[in-house]
Design a protein around this ligand. Sequence first.
Ligand code: UTP
Length: 283
Amino acid sequence: MAKAPTIRKCLFPAAGYGTRFLPATKAMPKEMLPIVNKPLIQYGVEEAMEAGMTQIGFITGRGKRAIADHFDTSFELEHQIFGTSKESHLDDIRQVMDSCDFVFMRQREMLGLGHAILTGEPMIGAETFAVILADDLCAAPTDSDEKRALAQLAELYERYQCSVIAIEEVPKEDTASYGIISGDEIAPGIYQVNDMVEKPKPEDAPTNMAIIGRYILTPEIFGYLKQTAPGANGEVQITDALKQLAQNRQVLAVKFKGQRFDCGSIEGFVEATNYYYENHYSD
Ligand code: UTP
């Protein structure tokens, strides 16, 4: 088999309202909420960079300007702290800005995650690409040198040359918050997907293996998304399109290594804050 082309592009759907964080998200995007001193979206872009991707596409909506400003130069601020010890606080974001190109696309109506991804088609074209949901924050494993989740998925793509999604076992009573897969385990922790269902009640869930916010998608997903009728909550679900794709092509699901924090929920956000403060923060 010919070597798979390297994945260059990563989409960040970020058009949602973040209602679980109101009133904090009334005038500020959820993706800009900080875990200690870094916004969620920056953790996501750094994870994409670690996986070798530097063409970054944001799917945004109204009220999301702060994301664009974050990845741009702030002349007054930088002039103000130039030559002081505070300048080092900007090292990480400067490295991100120097390494990546950023494209902003607007999703004019909140028609679901699948629709948000479809909004990115003009930037992606006919390439395999990645998707990160920044409110799922993935930390690297602590017991090995392994990279974060997206790099693990990209490595599997190079090996199998098909769409790859990240999964995690969740308590059975939580299945209604996730897309749930079922499939055959073809290698330890790697499943060939044969079915998926969006937000099933625990009694209807085929397994407890939940899709989390990291995907590598081959471009044929766009054709499936265009044919996908609105499903659960009247939204175009990526899970429904992936299910169709899995019926015609190989789709893999992987139990990635490392920890995932659901920063779209208050509990997960607090847990992530404590974890990053204890393990990664130095003044
Ligand atoms: P969520 O279901 O977490 O929705 O979307 P949300 O609006 O961000 O948060 P809550 O539930 O109101 O608190 C999952 C991801 O998909 C994006 C969101 O921005 C989030 O990253 N999304 C969802 C879109 O970009 N467009 C949509 O139409 C729906």
